[in-house]
Design a protein around this ligand. Structure first.
Ligand code: ATP
Length: 307
């Protein structure tokens, strides 16, 4: 059973459908990357999971229990960081930590101190005087120090410098590994997600069109680069399993979906390219997969990948 189980979740803002019939299951201990283009519904979904927005219809269960019936303690085991999340500017970080600690039974002061020094945050600086990046770091500290069972992160990397992003990724991996913390993270920073995630969900126009373990996605999709011999004619119509096809002179590149079903992808490809100058088949990066899913007719593409 998933630590998060959403069924038939829909949300409307007035007439606008932000989420449509989303079924989401996040296994315990997963690091679940929620991907999707701008306006896909990621923030709306995370806000509903956090309980700060009510779905128009559908249900959410967290820790196997109806989300609206969680105890105070269970609520305290969920933390959330959103881009631009308001923090009390008149407090120092030390004061904020002292205020939050009694609210969370599992608050870990030594982890808070460790994160403060890792993030280079000054405990006695007023929060309103922090830079944007420092403010995000402070919010992340306040979300990790309670040692949550479920951590929801909405675009946490925005405004962080490369070193701190790296620290954050390591910190999240450590939390997920050591404490059995489940993390759902939305970000456009695909490079960072690639290093983190073991599950991937793809939201598009409010629909969760794909939700699979990262390993499965990697098995299903391969990146193919072909260089044809001069004079060879590439097929006019490409098979449905070829996604994101790009042609430039003698080169053709695409993502091959269903690669695990095809067995020997190389042999299969030789039917299309009997005498290529070069064929290279390799693991697709998460960025390449995201672009293939997001481009054009995303629904058929995700169906192709999901099946
Ligand atoms: P982004 O990647 O740009 O942050 P997102 O995937 O997080 O986008 P949401 O912020 O959940 O997407 O928005 C989903 C849809 O709902 C969009 O069409 C957006 O315009 C709309 N929307 C979001 N918040 C509101 C609101 N408060 N009132 C009206 N419409 C909204």
């Amino acid at each position: 059973m998933g630590i998060v189980e959403a069924r038939g979740l829909s949300h409307r803002y007035g007439r606008r459908n932000a989420l449509l019939d989303v079924d989401l299951e996040v296994p315990e201990g997963a690091l679940y990357a929620l991907l999707g283009p701008n306006g896909a519904g990621k923030t709306t979904l995370l806000q509903i999971l956090m309980g700060i927005r009510r779905p128009t219809s559908g249900s959410v269960a967290l820790f196997g229990k109806d989300a609206s019936r969680l105890s105070v303690e269970e609520r305290g085991a969920i933390t959330y960081v959103a881009e631009g999340q308001p923090l009390p500017g008149w407090m120092t970080l030390r004061q904020l930590e002292a205020y939050l600690a009694p609210l969370y039974p599992r608050w870990d002061p030594s982890l808070a101190a460790d994160l403060r020094s890792r993030f280079g945050l000054e405990p006695d600086q007023k929060i309103r005087t922090l830079s944007r990046g420092q403010r995000i770091k402070a919010a992340v500290l306040c979300a990790l120090a309670p040692r949550p069972r479920l951590l929801l992160l909405d675009e946490p990397f925005t405004g962080m410098d490369v070193m701190v992003k790296d620290e954050l990724v390591r910190g999240l991996l450590q939390s997920a590994g050591d404490e059995g913390c489940t993390i759902v993270i939305s970000s456009h920073d695909i490079g960072e997600l690639e290093a983190l995630a073991d599950w991937v969900g793809f939201l598009d126009g409010g629909r969760l069109t794909l939700s699979v373990p990262m390993d499965t996605l990697r098995e299903r999709l391969k990146r193919v680069d072909v260089v044809t011999r001069s004079g060879a004619v590439a097929p006019a119509a490409f098979p449905a399993e070829w996604l994101s096809v790009e042609r430039a002179g003698p080169r053709i590149s695409f993502l091959l979906s269903g690669a695990e079903r095809g067995g020997d992808a190389g042999n299969d490809l030789r039917r299309w390219f009997p005498e290529p100058a070069r064929i290279e088949v390799r693991e697709a990066s998460l960025r390449e997969i995201f672009v293939a899913l997001a481009r054009g007719n995303a629904e058929t593409r995700t169906e192709e990948v999901a099946s």
